[in-house]
Design a protein around this ligand. Sequence first.
Ligand code: ZN
Length: 194
Amino acid sequence: MQTHNQAAPGALELVRRFLNTWSIPNQTRVEVDNLPVLARDADKWREELSLHPRAESDTLERLSELRSDLRKSCEGLDDDHQLLNAWLARVALSVKAVAAEGGAPGLCVTSADTSYVASILALVANAISSGTWSRLKTCDDCRWAFYDHTRNGSKRWCGMTKGGVDGRACGTIAKVSAFRARAAAKKSPITDGG
Ligand SMILES: [Zn+2]
């Protein structure tokens, strides 16, 4: 079923929000980084990203590096998971078997380290374990992070209608461009001599 809901299930939504602290708004198409503003304001940080307050180790540089590497993973640019593994090796995570859906054992990853970076990585590890990480995607067009709720996991754009979040219409824009390209090709003077 087509849904315009972009939110990720459970706490994974916090990771999605973190990824979207960097965005390219439709209106301007100019990159915006909200992280410095959020990092300066503890209230805004809690409101937007909750989870944990920033620890001393959560420097802007570290946060922005994590965001960029997690984005690469979502964009399929970290195929061998080297970036992800490097991050997972940097924080102390512990793994516990828990009863998951249907009583089958699942994994629960927690972190004793209460830094924001470690908490985000624990959420990512849990998402990988539960199979939801691959559904956190970035729009082919504007790179906005969204959760793919479609049955076959085929969603490529953040929103298909102008009524979507922030009035984005990337899928529509892409389809119009493809239509125009096809129309232009048809009008092209190159014929097969007929
Ligand atoms: Zn988009």
